[in-house]
Design a protein around this ligand. Structure first.
Ligand code: NAD
Length: 289
């Protein structure tokens, strides 16, 4: 299949490489020359503009920083430029309203478009083990699932347009809350004289267990290897967690939901990022406790 890929950064670079490995012809575009150089090394053809990359493609995949950029790339460079038969997949994490607006504009111009944000970080993008949450029609899901399956371990149809983004921010709101709770529990256990590994052995098989405990333990030396064992190098940077919690709080306001814990988690990450920790892994927030 001929696929255009727009946005080959930390995540998109590995995802595009996996499409090449799956036998697709990948036509790449990014504003950064370094990203294009890496894409070439991974077997993509690269182009100086999005418009050139879109020539004759059957699908367009994007992995861009935010909703404003997704909006401008699709409205200015993709819709009306890509062949109308091409299916459009935006994998970026963006707000639900923009995802729906762009998909509507694509639909009005005769395209099928889905939002397909991911769970999993850079390592999962490189390994092809992401989880995709897809928002769009049944037909859109059927067309995009085989493409997404080459970049992930799970592809789930969340519902109509925007449902993928809704699932993503609800998941990450829970993650932010769990991580802070896990950090508080480990910090308190230590103050109460418990050995961190001993506490890990107990909580990991007790009702306080969560992904933050067993896959991403925030204490060095306890549990499996995690960013805590690598001086909190990401992993998943605190700035990205803050981005997702901010999107979650915007969605909560729109939906009239009083998400007290989500609000507090956002405040704590905001303060920690403002203190200069945006590039630190999000589990490093334990250092403040
Ligand atoms: P990144 O900044 O590394 O990559 C974004 C790429 O988009 C860059 O190479 C940039 O040059 C390019 N770009 C920006 N504007 C462009 C434009 N107008 N046209 C073409 N290219 C453009 O970011 P990332 O870490 O790869 O994240 C991408 C998306 O994935 C974000 O929405 C992020 O929230 C989401 N995400 C990231 C992670 C993670 O762990 N990094 C995990 C899950 C989801």
């Amino acid at each position: 299949m001929k696929i255009a890929f727009i946005g080959l950064g930390n995540m998109g670079g590995g995802m595009a490489a996996n499409l090449v490995k799956a036998g697709h012809e990948v036509r790449a575009f990014d504003l950064a020359e370094a990203a294009l150089e890496l894409a070439r090394q991974n077997g993509c053809a690269t182009f100086a503009t999005a418009r050139e990359a879109l020539q004759g493609v059957e699908a367009v995949v994007s992995m861009l920083p935010n909703g404003k950029i997704v909006d401008s790339v699709y409205l200015a460079d993709v819709i009306g430029v890509a062949p109308q038969s091409a299916v459009l997949l935006d994998c970026s994490t963006i707000d639900v309203a923009t995802a729906r607006k762009v998909a509507e504009a694509a639909g009005a111009a005769g395209y099928e478009m889905v939002d397909a944000p991911v769970s999993g970080g850079i390592a999962a993008a490189n390994a092809g083990t992401l989880t995709f949450m897809v928002g769009g029609s049944e037909a859109g899901f059927a067309r995009t699932e085989p493409i997404l399956a080459r970049m992930g371990k799970a592809v789930i149809h969340a519902g109509g347009s925007g449902a993928g983004q809704a699932a993503k921010i609800c998941n990450n709101m829970a993650l932010g809350i769990h991580m802070i709770g896990t950090c508080e529990a480990f910090a308190m256990a230590q103050k109460l004289g418990l050995d961190p590994q001993k506490f890990y052995d107990i909580i990991s098989v007790s009702s306080g267990q969560s992904w933050s405990v067993t896959s991403y333990c925030p204490v060095p030396g306890a549990g499996p290897q995690s960013p805590a064992d690598n001086d909190y190098k990401p992993g998943f940077a605190a700035a990205l967690m803050l981005k997702d919690l901010t999107l979650a709080m915007e969605a909560a306001e729109t939906a009239g939901v009083d998400a007290e814990m989500g609000k507090r988690a956002r405040e704590l990450y905001q303060a920690w990022v403002d203190a200069g920790n945006g590039a630190v892994d999000f589990s490093g927030i334990i250092r403040t406790l």
